[in-house]
Structure formats: structure tokens, C-alpha cells
Design a protein around this ligand. Structure first.
Ligand code: CMC
Length: 431
């Protein structure tokens, strides 16, 4: 009868070990007993960038990268994008179940009534240069929020955790919109509690002198869908940062600031901004073959931004939904002329052996920027538009970690490859 174990023979010693297999994994610590001699530390795994290591058990998001499947708490992303809204999806991600009507109303009320930020935060933002990147401003102001809410340190108190969850989800759009208005020299627009989460964000971004901002329902719906698609994506770089930093039991504002910093990078959430800059640089369809050639011959230095994914080796299901939605948005806004370049770039890449062999497909960032741009968001706000909804995923993962008895402070091992012990040499004797 087959057993759920792995037998390892250490050829250095001839000894055999039987190690349990659970959930398709072995416990790395079970390898520690495998020693070449009594004073040997024991065997470790070496896994740079954690490409084949599960660092937690999670019940939040399921991805099948080969099949292009993404589910939140078991619900397919396609169904949520079509039928839910961002706040309901955030509730689902955080609580594990869709809310009843009463739960939804209370959740929405609580988020809506935490959107205001302390006036000092405004002054803090005013200190940035006029051309400061909004992601830099967001990282700093989210970290600064920890100084306004000392109870955030009570990370073992479920009620305190809940309060910070309300505040972070509620205040991110406010901080994001303030960062934008600072850069264009416009007075900050305060939250309007009559509007939906996305409608209010559009209000805080784009309100001019009118007394009441009128939200375009098509753009509001598009933003809801984009926010749903970005809400969580299991153990990616920024979520790992949230969990890793949060594992030291620091407050969630400081951990979220670290997660936003991780998201800012061009290989992660900064890719949507880079896609737009790339499309602008290509400029016209006839320049695409030369650009593709450059990507293929650069030895990995020039990348086709918005393509490829660590987990998806198939079309990113989020990209499929966004591509379909672009047509609806462009009926309201002007059609983004960069769309033609993007479509042709995708067509050529998907037929090219380099991309086919490496299973590189469009990811969520390939088409999202085209919609953001047509909606009126400046390009450097794109990663911010990723951060706003992702905060619910980060918080859900953090909350899950805080209740997981198996988790400890994150502290990976290393393989030391430096010099052996040697003695200090004073400067005159160094030669
Ligand atoms: N353009 C050209 N070549 C690529 C690309 C790309 N976008 N992505 C991967 N490759 C090549 C890479 O050079 C490597 O080739 P080789 O085997 O010859 O060395 C091979 O494909 C495997 O790539 P990798 O870098 O080992 O893959 P990874 O899993 O470490 O990286 C990635 C994943 C997303 C960082 C990478 O695909 C990439 O840099 N893409 C462009 C940036 C981007 O769009 N990022 C957004 C990701 S989705 C949103 C999010 O969750 O952040």
C-alpha cells in the first residue's frame, strides 16, 4: 500500500530517513535531522526568491497558474468581477464569507466613516516636493498613520486589529487622492459619504469647483471591477513583505508601508506604469518588431512589461477581464490610441517562439493602465491604483497570520559564502 512519506537516502552516510508528506509538501525542519556527522548543523533547503517554498497555510486566495484560475475564498474572480463590488469583495476576503445585508451595511458604514484623515496628515503631505511620486508619498503617510493610532500596537487584540482594518481600507483612497492633488497643486477634496467607495475616490481625485461631484456610473463600475481584480493574489512580493514585516508584531500601518514599498517596484505593481511608458516609447505599430527584437536579444535586461508571471503560465484571468472591459470604458472616454499598439504587441508576442517557449502571457498590468489613463489618472498614479484595493488582501493575510499558531517571526537561513575567519589588519599594514 502506498504511503504518504518520502524516503531519503543520504549517500554521505548511507543512512535513510522517512519524512511525512502533507498537502504536497515536506517540512523543511524535518530535513534538519539529516547530518553528515554529529556536529553537522543538518540539511537545509536552498531556495532563492522562494520559488518552491510554501511559507504559510492560507485559506484566502487560490490560484492555478497552469489553468489560469483565480478564486477568492472559493469564488471565481469572473463571478465576483461581474456581480460583486469592491467593498463586498474586501469583506469576503477578510471574513471568509459573503456578508448578509446587515453585515454589508455595517461594514460599508464603518469604512465610509473612517475616510477622513487627521489635519496633520495633510500638513505632512504638503511638505513633499511638487513632483514627488505618489507612491513615495503613500509609503510615508501610511507609515505615519501608526503615530496617530497607538492602539495599533495591540496586534494580539482582535478588536484593535479590526479598527486598523477599517481605517486602512477607508483612508488609502483619501491619501492617494491627496497625493495626486498635491502634485497638481489643487486643494484637497474631502470625502463625500453619500458616494460609494469608488465613486468617492473619483470625487476626491477629480472634483473641481462644483458643489457636488457627479460620478460617471461606467467609470465607477470599471474602477469597482479593477479594484476587485487587484484585491488579493496570495503570496506575492508585497504580501510576503506584509507578512514578513508583520511577523515582528509591528503595527499594521508600518507593515502596510513596507508592503506598498514592495509593490512600488517595476517587477510588481509598478509594472502598470512601466507598460504605459513602454507603449508611449514604442509610439507606433511599425516600431513593434524592432522593440520585440530588442527584448529578445537583451539577455533579460529589456522586458516586455505587463507580460510574464511567476505563477501564471497561461493567460492571467484578470487581464482577460480587463481587456474585455476596456471597450465599455472607451465608449465613455476617448479611445486610448495606445490600445492599438498594445493589441498588436500582444498579437506578435503570443506568436513569437521566445514568449511561447517561456509561457509568457499578458498579466493584470498589461491593459489596466490604458483604462486608468483614459479615465484621467496620470501615469504615476497607476501603482497607487494597485495599492488601494490590495490593502484588503494584505490585511486579510496579516490577520490570518496573527491567528496562525504555527507562524513565528520570519527569519530565513542563508548559505554563507564569504571569507573564513581572519584577523584585523591596521591601515599602514594593508599594502
Ligand atoms: N519580457 C521578456 N522576457 C521575460 C519577461 C518579460 N516580461 N518575463 C520573463 N521573461 C523571461 C526571462 O528573461 C527568463 O528568460 P530565460 O529563461 O531565458 O532566462 C524567463 O522568461 C523566465 O523569467 P523569470 O524572470 O525567471 O520569471 P520570474 O517568475 O522570476 O518573473 C516576472 C516573473 C513577473 C517578474 C517577470 O515575468 C517580469 O519581469 N515581467 C515584467 C514585469 C511585469 O509585468 N510585472 C507584473 C507582474 S503581474 C502583477 C503583480 O502581481 O505584480
Amino acid at each position: 500500500m502506498s504511503k504518504n512519506t518520502l524516503t531519503i537516502t543520504d549517500n554521505r552516510t548511507g543512512k535513510s530517513y522517512e519524512i511525512p508528506i502533507q498537502d504536497g509538501t515536506i517540512r523543511a525542519l524535518d530535513l534538519r535531522q539529516i547530518k553528515a556527522s554529529d556536529d553537522d548543523f543538518g540539511l537545509m533547503t536552498y531556495d532563492p526568491a522562494l520559488t518552491n517554498t510554501a511559507s504559510c497555510k492560507s485559506r484566502i486566495t487560490f490560484i492555478d497558474g497552469d489553468k489560469g484560475i483565480l478564486n477568492y475564498r472559493g469564488y471565481p474572480i469572473e463571478q465576483l468581477a461581474e456581480q460583486s463590488n469592491y467593498l463586498e469583495t474586501a469583506y469576503l476576503i477578510l471574513h471568509g464569507e459573503l456578508p448578509s445585508k446587515a453585515e454589508y451595511d455595517s461594514w460599508t458604514y464603518n469604512i465610509t466613516h473612517h475616510t477622513i484623515v487627521h489635519e496633520n496628515v495633510k500638513e505632512l503631505m504638503g511638505a513633499f516636493r511638487y513632483d514627488a511620486h505618489p507612491m513615495g508619498m503613500l509609503i510615508s503617510t501610511v507609515a505615519a498613520l501608526s503615530t496617530f493610532y497607538p492602539s495599533a500596537k495591540d496586534v494580539h487584540d482582535p478588536k484593535a486589529r479590526r479598527d486598523q482594518i477599517f481605517r486602512l481600507i477607508a483612508k488609502l483612497p483619501t491619501l492617494a487622492a491627496f497625493a495626486h492633488r498635491h502634485s497638481v497643486g489643487m486643494p484637497y477634496a474631502y470625502p463625500d459619504n453619500d458616494l460609494s467607495y469608488c465613486g468617492n475616490f473619483l470625487n476626491m481625485m477629480f472634483k473641481m469647483t462644483e458643489t457636488k461631484y457627479k460620478v460617471d456610473p461606467v467609470l465607477e463600475k470599471a474602477l469597482e471591477v479593477l479594484f476587485i481584480l487587484h484585491a488579493d493574489h496570495e503570496q506575492n512580493c508585497s504580501t510576503s513583505a506584509m507578512r514578513g514585516v508583520g511577523s515582528s508584531e509591528v503595527d499594521p500601518y508600518s507593515a502596510a508601508a513596507a508592503a506598498i514599498a514592495a509593490l512600488y517596484g517595476p517587477l510588481h505593481g509598478g509594472a502598470n506604469e512601466m507598460v504605459l511608458r513602454m507603449l508611449e516609447e514604442i509610439g507606433s505599430k511599425d516600431k513593434i518588431p524592432a522593440f520585440i527584437k530588442e527584448v529578445k536579444t537583451s539577455g533579460g535586461e529589456v522586458r516586455l512589461m505587463g507580460f510574464g508571471h511567476r505563477v501564471y503560465k497561461n493567460y492571467d484571468p484578470r487581464a482577460k477581464i480587463i481587456k474585455k472591459m476596456a471597450d465599455q470604458v472607451f465608449q465613455v472616454t476617448k479611445r486610448n490610441p495606445l490600445l492599438d499598439i498594445a493589441l498588436e504587441l500582444e498579437r506578435i508576442a503570443l506568436e513569437d517562439e521566445y514568449f511561447v517557449k517561456r509561457r509568457l502571457y499578458p498579466n493584470v498590468d498589461f491593459y489596466s493602465g490604458l483604462i486608468y489613463q483614459a479615465t484621467g489618472f496620470p501615469v504615476d498614479m497607476f501603482p497607487v491604483l494597485f495599492a488601494i484595493p490590495r490593502v484588503s488582501g494584505w490585511l486579510a493575510q496579516w490577520d490570518e497570520m496573527m491567528q496562525d499558531n504555527e507562524q513565528k517571526i520570519a527569519r530565513p537561513r542563508q548559505v554563507y559564502t564569504g571569507s573564513a575567519r581572519r584577523d584585523y589588519v591596521p591601515v599602514p599594514a594593508r599594502g
